[in-house]
Design a protein around this ligand. Structure first.
Ligand code: SF4
Length: 170
């Protein structure tokens, strides 16, 4: 198969995945299950009360040597609910990759606070949070995996900006 055909087939595959995730994210009872997982995270965070000192560590991936991983379904959940004018372009994603941060970080604030994926809801740089964060993260990954299985949604767990690039308008 030529490079051109291979690229076209990959684009088709990616487009089919993006369509499936957006369809699922817009399905009310699936969206409700995602929100229920987010509420469970919020309840756990309220119990443990980690300290947020506004270090920016969670959103400046390169500076702090970490990456945000999430599912295609969660990326779709965020993107399907952006306000008008908040749409993401592939240039926005590219610039964020060059800066080493998140395309939704605007003036050092998260511009999708109520829509952000589970990794951003769980991660706090408070060192006291290490143990419970890890446990909660594993529980959440498992709950999302089971939601995909129950509803026949294609499962991909990948780096946040590389997933966003699949959805972004050229
Ligand atoms: S979605 Fe919001 S909290 Fe998460 S990395 Fe991006 S700017 Fe930070």
């Amino acid at each position: 198969m030529s490079d051109r055909h291979e690229r076209a087939r990959r684009d088709d595959d990616t487009g089919a995945l993006v369509d499936a995730w957006l369809r699922a994210a817009r399905t009310p009872d699936i969206a409700a299950q995602i929100e229920a997982i987010y509420q469970m995270i919020a309840d756990q965070v309220a119990v443990h009360r980690p300290v947020c000192v506004g270090s920016g560590r969670c959103c400046h991936f390169r500076d702090y040597g970490h990456l945000l991983y999430t599912t295609g379904l969660e990326a779709a959940h965020t993107l399907a609910r952006l306000a008008q004018g908040q749409e993401l372009s592939s240039d926005d994603v590219e610039r964020a990759i060059e800066r080493g941060d998140c395309p939704f970080l605007i003036h050092e604030q998260c511009s999708v606070h109520t829509l952000k994926p589970s990794g951003c809801r769980i991660y706090f740089c408070d060192q006291e949070a290490d143990g419970w964060q890890q446990d909660l993260s594993e529980r959440v990954v498992d709950q999302f995996r089971r939601l995909h299985e129950r509803r026949g949604i294609p499962y991909r767990y990948a780096e946040w900006r590389s997933l966003l690039a699949w959805f972004a308008a050229p």
